[in-house]
Write a protein that binds this ligand. Sequence first.
Ligand code: 5RP
Length: 246
Amino acid sequence: AWVASRAGQVVIALKDPAAQDSLKRAVAKKAVELVKSGMVLGLGTGSTSQFFIEELGILLSQNKLKDVECVATSYQSRVLSRQFGVKTLDLNDVNHIDIAFDGADEVDSSMNLIKGGGAAHTMEKVVDSIAKQCVILVDETKVVKTLGLTFPVPVEVLPFALAPVLRALAALGGQPEIRTALRKDGPVMTDLGNMVVDVRFSEGVKNPAELERKINMIPGVVENGLFINVAHTVLVGTKDGDETSV
Ligand code: 5RP
């Protein structure tokens, strides 16, 4: 069940997490069909990306694909790649990326994204932006009219600059909250050794491109999770199994 779309369709909330996972798997299976032998790929982070890495590993183990090299956007994706027999390289050891495959937390009808639910958006933005093609894999619950109404905007912040960055984010009209681990005894630290601040905007993100720029201009901000004009294709897994073109 999947659909390739510019989004903007009706969102059907899935209550059953197992169902949501099966959509993520279905979309990953579809996406892996775009891979050709000899390609250099970018690998996102998160559960959808995990399904993609698994599906890629299956095709490699069956010799249906050969000589595929990948750049992972997190330690998590690197470890998963090793587990599933997918070769990874350092970004500095490749001179291009053919296709980056990544998940997202929200997608709007202009294919703008919120990412960073897995605290990996800084490396994801580098890899997704330089790829010749950036393919985003989501299930239909991620498709929204306005970004930021349900999912906050993640911002990676230098720990040294936390307090002034929190004040500056509030001055932009947001409600910033330091992301803490589930055990609540400390902040989440990214693979790059920084903190993550989730910023809620009560009326959503009205001008995503402007907000992306303004947040990144705050000294001490490393990168934010608004991805504007980065995605070339969004594959949306849907329950009804309809299929349309981008
Ligand atoms: C990680 C991300 C992920 O792509 C995003 O959080 C979606 O995750 P999942 O595929 O688990 O729903 O941006 O930084």
